[in-house]
Design a protein around this ligand. Structure first.
Ligand code: ADE
Length: 252
């Protein structure tokens, strides 16, 4: 069983590449991949690049060309749900493409040809990610692990589980995130976080009948300071999260 650990950006991978044993690096479809052993498991680490099409290409390569049996995405996201703050972790239960709109031919957010608006994550993989993230944050709170920045040291962090929405937009104004949250909530969707890849990977995994799960660390609130918070978080904070959450997940 080979597990793919996919991220959009190198920073979101933390130190996983360095931790890989019997490491073999290669490029395919303009992307970097590393195969090796991590905490006793065969893994392929991959970088998709940003956006849904890039993510779909990477997921297809992983499943079709590199023969992985399951995909786990690790990266950052903008917090949208009430109480979903910078430094928190969201484990996705399902994904929706917030920029999918083929109405009036199909209902808003329905993916044509699939008859649904959401792609559900694998419950077992998601439960393992949730346990691992919870254990990491509990240890971090107890001072056993450093989160490396005042961004997260000033408040208690939480792990959330729920809907994550994806689209080809970096949401960087309060007006946009509030409007998105409201329109989704009106239709009964409570979005916890917004990012730019997960729903695409979920759709590809559904096409190939392979399990998928995703963990997202909240780097910003998808508001007017998102463009400042995001790069700072990526630079200063994300690394130990990715390292510990994926380590705990693979050891479960
Ligand atoms: N990834 C991290 N923060 C984001 C945001 N505000 N919008 C979209 N994707 C993100």
């Amino acid at each position: 069983m080979t597990t793919a650990i996919l991220s959009a950006l190198p920073e979101e991978q933390g130190g996983l590449v360095q931790a890989l044993e019997q490491r073999e690096q290669f490029q395919y479809a303009g992307r970097e991949f590393w195969r090796g052993r991590l905490y006793g498991q065969m893994v392929v680490l991959g970088l998709s690049g940003i956006g849904k099409v890039a993510a779909a290409t990477a997921a297809t390569v992983l499943l079709e060309r590199l023969g992985v049996q399951r995909i786990v995405f690790t990266g950052v996201a903008g917090g949208m749900g009430e109480g979903v703050q910078v430094g928190d972790v969201v484990v996705a239960t399902q994904f929706l493409q917030h920029d999918m709109d083929a109405s009036p031919i199909f209902p808003r957010w329905e993916v044509p040809g699939y008859g649904c608006t959401q792609f559900v994550c694998d419950p077992e993989l998601s439960a393992a990610l949730f346990e691992s993230a919870s254990a990491y944050l509990a240890n971090a709170k107890a001072g056993c692990a450093s989160q490396g920045s005042e961004i997260t040291r000033i408040r208690a962090t939480r792990v959330h589980r729920g809907l994550v929405v994806s689209g080809d937009r970096f949401v960087s104004t309060l007006a946009e995130s509030a409007a998105l949250r409201t329109v989704l909530a009106t239709a009964g969707y409570e979005a916890l976080a917004v990012e730019m890849e997960g729903a695409a990977v979920a759709q590809v995994c559904r096409d190939f009948g392979k399990p998928f799960a995703a963990v997202r660390i909240i780097s910003d609130r998808a508001d007017d300071s998102a463009h400042v918070d995001f790069p700072r978080f990526i630079r200063e904070v994300v690394r130990p999260y990715a390292d510990h959450i994926i380590a705990g997940f693979l050891q479960r």
